[in-house]
Design a protein around this ligand. Structure first.
Ligand SMILES: [Cu+2]
Length: 280
């Protein structure tokens, strides 16, 4: 009795949460998590569009398979139980059924494999890039290099709670932002200086390990102006949860202005890593 009450309460709480939460979701921006949201953050890149499609496709497929197996189980329980079917058949082989239950799963796997591999290639093969950015993981923040723009380099540290401006999400906003032009293909090179981290932005469908001594490569094309947040996604140490990623997608003109400003602003500042090095 108590278990059912508890279960009922949980279901009511969940439904209430989803109903009230959906009001928030209506005006929630893509690029950051929302209270009570289910599923992925909204897609803002071609790769994420495909990932969302593939996820929905698999959901339909597994639902159909599960319902089919459930129907078979129910038929067996109803029609062939000991009461209804006291003298069971002695059949042990049926060639047609054996061929079917071998061939049909193979066909299903092929149907899953084709879009899956197509998507893997889409993620792995970087199209001709408009901009290259190198993200470097440090314990516990990210550094960014713009090799196309005189090797512009800056670091992005998480903002503490008392440093947040209006509208900046806690544990996700950083002091400097990766700025990219909208609809530009960005080649992302990812590496690390110490341990394995991972650079990820859910709305772009990007998640790539940052491995010391290795240069990993991926890409994204942000399709809408806005601010997008992600987090280090490889357990990297005590402050793993506090090295978020902020990407600001702006128009080409705003980007050109930002580059000029950033070259002045960041060139003068010694990197936090150099400072730490000097103190050793
Ligand atoms: Cu990390």
């Amino acid at each position: 009795m108590r278990v059912t009450t508890l279960l009922a309460a949980t279901v009511v709480a969940l439904v209430a949460g989803i109903v009230t939460g959906s009001a928030d979701m209506a005006f929630a921006a893509a690029g950051q998590p929302t209270d009570w949201a289910l599923g992925f953050q909204d897609s803002r890149s071609p790769v994420m569009d495909d990932l969302v499609w593939f996820d929905n496709f698999l959901l339909v497929l597994i639902t159909v398979i599960s319902l089919f197996v459930l129907a078979l189980l129910i038929i067996i329980m109803v029609r062939f139980n000991a009461k209804k079917n006291p003298e069971p058949s002695k059949t042990t082989h049926n060639t047609l059924i054996e061929v079917l239950w071998t061939v049909v799963p193979i066909l299903i796997l092929i149907v899953v494999a084709v879009p899956s591999f197509r998507l893997l290639y889409k993620q792995m093969e970087v199209p001709e890039a408009d901009l290259t950015i190198k993200a470097i993981g440090y314990q516990w923040y990210w550094g960014y290099e713009y090799p196309d723009h005189d090797g512009l380099f800056f670091e992005a540290l998480m903002l503490e709670d008392d440093e947040l401006a209006e509208g900046q999400p806690r544990l996700l906003a950083t002091d400097t932002e990766v700025v990219v032009p909208v609809n530009a293909t960005v080649r992302l090179q990812i590496t690390s200086e110490d341990v394995i981290h991972a650079w990820a932005i859910p709305s772009f469908g990007v998640k790539m390990d940052a491995v010391p001594g290795r240069l990993n490569e991926t890409w994204f094309r942000a399709t809408e102006v806005g601010t997008y947040y992600g987090q280090c996604s490889e357990l990297c140490g005590i402050r793993h949860a506090y090295m978020p990623i902020t990407v600001k997608v702006v128009t080409q003109e705003e980007f050109d202005e930002w580059i000029l400003w950033a070259k002045e602003e960041y060139a003068a500042a010694p990197s936090a890593y150099d400072v730490a090095d000097a103190q050793r």
